[in-house]
Design a protein around this ligand. Structure first.
Ligand SMILES: Cc1ncc(COP(=O)(O)O)c(C=O)c1O
Length: 411
């Protein structure tokens, strides 16, 4: 029995009513981007129809309404993450930009040649490439926490890796393996070594309760489109003293207190990091997405996905045995609802195409984690990922579609 009333939730997602190839749409690609409930669509439509205006500029009624919606989204996001104040949230266009903000503003101010940044082998490119750019530019060393055989981080050499490091940049949940990393002990070890901790929470915030204080993190990035919100908005939470000390990243309108020919004075945090017209309707959508998730309860979201993942792992193993290899932890407490696999020697793209004919959306490829693919020794996997609108019937359709692929390719 699921912790959620999935049928009721499904009814809120217009896209789930459509068919592809004459079949019910079974969307199993939420790790890439989630679908959106009518409440989010309505909130965005409403702001454009009723109170759209630029924010932080006009003093007329609808401009003030627009600003209140935008700042209200910040306050909701702060509450969702357990932040001390709304001003600890900087809106960006996605988590990639949030991590780049830290890399350009904080890291370029504080890191010198010979300093080290520690990442892990299971990071998304968003939490690798910004550090590689920095490493190439500044002579900063990049160190890697390896993946263990159990698909968890191998922390045997953690203290050595952190020795002399300035930053540990780690994902809370792998978008390929589903692995959930236990952030608090990692943060404790990093702090003991004098390093700060950046958490890529792109795959955590949508799926479970997150508390930046309980993590004792320094920077946490999130992205709206994976948490039922629209694309075009994400953000960074950071400790206020860090944000205060960081220089602006992008310059322009909206981020200044004064500008003369001689120079500029930046605005206060967080606006000093939000140059240009921000994602206004997107903030309204994100706000509605947070309401929707809180209405369900993030504990219930996690419990639902844990149960559905247990069902999926058992169903896949039962039906396909060792013809199907799953890349991810067996321990349900250490994994989320992302299931990556290889099926015989069929290429992941071929699998995806065949199951699409049954209406099933799964993602083939390297999932923007090429260093991890190299560690796993595979060019690509097929990934099914679950969210609040998926149920056991969806898993059953996936299993039947894979059985059809098996027949088709004659494994
Ligand atoms: C763990 C992780 N980090 C970062 C990203 C990048 O997200 P965005 O494209 O929204 O910046 C993703 C998206 O797949 C992800 O799964």
């Amino acid at each position: 029995m699921s912790a959620l009333d999935v049928a009721r939730i499904q009814a809120d997602f217009p896209i789930l009513k459509r068919q592809v190839h004459g079949k019910r749409l079974v969307y199993l690609d939420s790790a890439s981007s989630s679908e959106k409930p009518i409440q989010v669509l309505d909130a965005m439509d409403r702001i454009y129809r009723e109170s759209y205006a630029n924010v932080h500029r006009g003093v007329y009624t609808i401009a003030e309404e627009s600003t209140a919606t935008y700042e209200g989204a910040r306050a909701k996001m702060a509450r969702l993450l357990g932040a001390g104040s709304p001003n600890e949230i900087v809106f960006t266009k996605n988590v990639t930009e949030a991590i780049n903000l830290v890399a350009y503003s904080w890291a370029r101010t504080n890191l010198r040649e010979g300093d080290a940044v520690v990442v892990t082998e299971m990071e998304h490119h968003a939490n690798i490439v910004p550090w590689q750019i920095l490493a190439a530019e500044r002579g900063v060393e990049l160190r890697w926490i390896p993946l263990g055989n159990d698909y968890l981080l191998d922390l045997t050499s953690l203290d050595e890796l952190l020795d002399g490091a300035k930053l540990l940049a780690v994902t809370a949940a792998s978008n390929v393996l589903g692995t959930l990393n236990d952030i608090r002990p990692l943060a404790d070890a990093a702090h003991a070594a004098g390093a700060l901790v950046l958490v890529d929470a792109a795959q955590a915030v949508p799926h479970m309760p997150v508390d930046v204080a309980a993590w004792d993190a320094d920077f946490v990035g999130f992205t709206g489109h994976k948490m039922l919100g629209p694309s075009g908005i994400g953000g960074l939470w950071a400790r206020p003293e860090l944000l205060d000390a960081m220089p602006p990243f992008l310059g322009g309108g909206g981020m200044i207190r004064d500008v003369t020919k001689a120079g500029f004075l930046p605005d206060d945090v967080p606006w000093k990091f939000e140059a240009g017209t921000p994602p206004i309707a997107e903030a309204a959508g994100l706000s509605a997405a947070i309401d929707y998730l809180e209405g369900i309860g993030l504990d219930a979201v996690r419990a639902h996905e844990r149960a559905l993942t247990a069902y999926a792992l058992a169903a896949l193993r039962d039906r396909f045995d060792d013809r199907l290899t799953i890349y991810g932890p067996d321990d349900l407490d250490a994994r989320g609802g992302t299931v990556s696999f290889l099926f015989g020697d069929i290429h992941a793209h071929d699998i995806s195409q065949v199951v699409d004919e049954e209406g099933v959306c799964v993602r083939p490829g390297h999932h923007c984690a090429k260093p991890l693919m190299r560690v796993l020794g595979v060019p690509a996997t097929t990934r099914a990922s679950f969210y609040v609108y998926n149920d056991e019937a969806d898993v059953d359709v996936l299993v039947r579609a894979l059985a059809r692929a098996e027949q088709f390719f004659g494994i």
